[in-house]
Design a protein around this ligand. Structure first.
Ligand SMILES: [Ca+2]
Ligand SMILES: [Ca+2]
Length: 388
């Protein structure tokens, strides 16, 4: 995707992802004027808007908390700001990190993970409250040489979800903050050329986005983080009401279709139904796809009917429901003209016999009392008898 092209002396730095837009900071030279950020359409690189910061100077890291942006200013002073997407100032604090200059700011829930640089290979990582109180502090010089941008990748579990750009070695690193130390989980080379600077990093819910300082290659990169999205834990169910055997002349299936959210929180997912035909091919979707949202533990169900026309081929079908990554189904059978013919053959065969076994007597008796021969279970034995 093409980036904005910064004028001479300006540079693109940190990146965030907010409301479907890629946010990229442009530091504006010199540091006595406001820098700005671009709102970029990730589909094609179109600049949707450009907003000045409500302060002067150079920034680096930026991250979105679901409502507002958090940005680290490192020159002429080191301040962490919370600002609106319209550039309005909401809050700010001066981090108590001494000679370590805060560069990489990354929101995780109600906390900030802040990477700070003093000298190359002399860096620190802090966990801070949103008012700047330092909760955890780690020496990370042996893990990250110089923090640039970063982001929390929410597809990875807490403690293993911080990705940062390291200017020393030009790499993107996945850090572990679990167990009271910061260690390197994984790393890969930044695609930014050595003559440029690997700068911003953000996460759109599925992929990482990464940009260069001077845009020398004319690209912003979308990078697979190696983690696929996990569908929500939901269970669809199907319960037929009444017969699941459809006469040769056609009929109607009636059933309850529903889904249970097994997760404690609200989830959204797609749900639909279809039918597997006797030849194995799929017909449908019949219901949906519907975009459903269920609260934690919620079950919804509906009674529905499905017409099966006379022209539907005879044989064994299954009616299927899908929700999230799960599936439920029940079998039903469409009888054909052949089945009627078998019944007639059977009756003739039985009537022509002089002596009948007990079973055969029972079968013939079945013709004198009303039996639901549209229920395939009632005729399966009879068919085998005729064939035998
Ligand atoms: Ca970021
Ligand atoms: Ca992913």
């Amino acid at each position: 995707m093409p980036p904005p092209i910064p004028p001479t002396n300006n540079a693109l730095v940190g990146a965030a992802y907010a409301e479907g837009m890629l946010i990229v900071i442009e530091n504006v030279y010199p540091n006595t004027v406001p820098s700005k950020f671009h709102k970029i359409d990730p589909a094609d690189g179109t600049i949707l808007g450009t907003v000045n910061f409500p302060f002067n100077g150079y920034c680096m890291g930026i991250s979105y908390d679901g409502s507002n942006l958090w940005v680290a200013q490192w020159s002429p002073v080191n301040v962490i700001y919370q600002i609106g997407l319209d550039g309005s100032l909401i809050s700010q604090f001066t981090p108590a990190t001494g000679v370590y200059s805060c560069r990489s700011v990354n929101v995780e829930g109600d906390y900030l993970w802040v990477g700070a640089d003093y000298l190359a290979n002399d860096t620190k990582l802090y966990k801070m409250t949103m008012t700047g109180a330092i909760l955890e502090e780690y020496n990370t010089g042996s893990v990250v040489g110089w923090y640039m941008g970063g982001e929390i990748d929410t597809q990875y579990p807490t403690g293993f979800n911080l990705f940062v750009v390291d200017n020393v070695g030009n790499t993107i690193k996945q850090l572990s903050t679990a167990g009271g130390t910061v260690t390197l989980m994984d790393q890969f080379a930044s695609p930014v050329s050595a003559s440029d600077y690997a700068e911003g990093l953000t996460f759109d819910g599925e992929y990482l986005w990464h940009n260069a300082g001077y845009a020398l290659q004319g690209l912003i990169w979308c990078i697979d983080d190696g983690m696929a999205g996990t569908p929500p834990d939901v269970t669809p169910f199907l319960d037929p009401i009444g017969s699941t055997t459809i006469p040769a002349t056609g009929g109607t299936l009636e059933f309850i279709v529903g889904v249970t959210n097994n997760e404690p929180g609200t989830v959204s997912f797609e749900a639909w139904t279809d039918v597997t035909l006797p030849d194995g091919s799929i017909y449908g979707p019949l219901i949906g796809p519907l975009n459903l949202t269920l609260t934690g533990g919620q079950t919804v169900d509906r009674t529905r009917t499905q017409d099966v026309p006379a022209g539907a081929p005879p044989g064994l079908y299954s009616y299927n429901a899908y929700a999230g990554a799960s599936e439920a189904s029940f079998d039903f059978e469409k009888l054909g003209v052949k089945d009627k013919f078998l019944m007639t053959l059977l009756k003739k065969k039985l009537e022509s016999k002089k002596e009948l076994t007990e079973d055969e007597t029972g079968m013939l008796a079945a013709y004198d009392i009303p039996v639901d021969f549209t229920d395939r279970v009632n005729i399966r034995d009879l068919i085998e008898f005729v064939r035998g």
